[in-house]
Design a protein around this ligand. Structure first.
Ligand code: FMN
Length: 187
């Protein structure tokens, strides 16, 4: 069984990005266990003075969720041409210590939705840059969902083209995990 963790950069109820992750969970095959991380709002502001052991429980939960996942699927909105502050804040927490951070070498895919015409494309590019800087294995998959308010009804995805692209994104992560398992078995 492959474990994929979904992290939405939006905290709001009714978030299109969280809905996108729910659709990704539905699109995943039966061999994928998809977990949606629900604790982003509880992560406190990063303060290096508080970055001691034990870490805040909310940070420890996020760290553990990423560490035990085989891969992470991020869905981010765009806030003022970048990623939401709380998502960046959470990544700053788990980025320490840099050499052994939980995202290092972790397969990740970034997707995103916005109500504008560009589908959070800048935010996705920013997030990929940050994740790559931490040593994550950022897969070459892009899925900008523009005009997000027209693509969901009662939280459910209504756009079949996006559903199919989401399935491809999840399959890319699952394929990377399988590739690694084969390499490990042969080593
Ligand atoms: C503070 C803030 C800044 C935003 N900035 C952008 C932006 O730069 N580009 C864009 O396309 N949409 C922007 N939006 C609109 C978001 O795309 C829209 O609110 C979207 O639904 C957020 O994602 P969610 O539904 O997952 O919460 C902004 C929204 C907020 C609240």
């Amino acid at each position: 069984m492959t474990r994929i963790l979904g992290i939405s950069g939006s905290l709001r109820r009714g978030s299109h990005n969280t809905s996108l992750l729910c659709a990704a969970a539905e699109a995943a095959g039966p061999d994928v266990e998809f977990e949606l991380f629900e604790g982003l709002k509880e992560v406190p502001p990063y303060d290096e003075d508080d970055d001691l052991h034990p870490r805040p429980a909310s940070v420890a939960r996020l760290n553990e969720a990423i560490a035990t996942a085989d891969a992470v699927l991020f869905a981010t909105p765009e806030y003022n041409a970048s990623i939401p502050g709380q998502l960046k804040n959470a990544i700053d927490w788990v980025s320490r210590p840099v050499e052994t951070n939980v995202l290092r070498n972790k397969p990740v895919v970034v997707v995103g939705a916005s109500t504008g015409a560009f589908g959070a494309a800048w935010a996705q590019a920013e997030l990929r840059k940050v994740l790559a800087a931490l040593g994550a294995r950022v897969l070459d998959v892009e899925l900008p969902v523009p005009h997000a308010h027209t693509r969901f009804e009662e939280g459910g995805l209504t756009d079949e083209e996006i559903r199919s692209s989401l399935a491809d994104a999840v399959a890319a992560l699952a394929g990377e995990i399988r590739r690694r398992q084969v390499v490990k078995a042969l080593a």
